[in-house]
Design a protein around this ligand. Structure first.
Ligand code: CA
Ligand code: CA
Length: 152
């Protein structure tokens, strides 16, 4: 009887754990550029990629300052020693909604920051997708990354 109770408690705890895991699964989070996570200047966002499924997370920064801004943005591994290799693909959305594909940045290698710079006029939005250089190994909750945007 006592063992059964312990087992039930264990099952309940496992269920809660499984639920919280799925609630934070990264597939489904910011997978499309229309669902980009907006970052403000000098802010960062820690997240991880799901492996095996080609997961990616979109981020955006919009210049609402009223003047041209020079920004640097991208992503880097929280722990360089994790060997995580993230890449970024970039889009620019003009004030009138026009979308300009910029492309994927050249790979800088495992453990390194993957970044780009832009000079953007007011109303311009920069969007970047963070994804694993190797979708099967560059991800997982033990290898989080940080997305960032700063003014230069
Ligand atoms: Ca995602
Ligand atoms: Ca890279």
């Amino acid at each position: 009887m006592k063992l059964k109770k312990i087992l039930l408690t264990f099952v309940a705890a496992t269920s809660v754990f499984a639920f919280s895991q799925s609630a934070f699964a990264k597939a489904g989070l910011a997978d499309k550029f229309t669902e980009a996570i907006p970052l403000s200047l000098s802010s960062t966002f820690n997240m991880y990629l799901d492996t095996d499924i080609g997961d990616g997370d979109w981020y955006s920064y919009t210049n609402t300052s009223g003047q041209t801004q020079n920004i640097v943005y991208g992503a880097y591994p929280v722990s360089p020693s994790s060997g995580l290799n993230v890449d970024i693909t970039i889009l620019v959305q003009l004030f009138d909604g026009t979308i300009i594909p910029v492309g994927t940045q050249g790979d800088t290698g495992p453990g390194n920051v993957q970044t780009s710079v832009a000079s953007i006029v007011p109303g311009t939005k920069v969007l970047w997708r963070v994804f694993g250089h190797n979708p099967y190994t560059d991800g997982g909750s033990d290898k989080p990354y940080t997305a960032f945007v700063y003014q230069q």
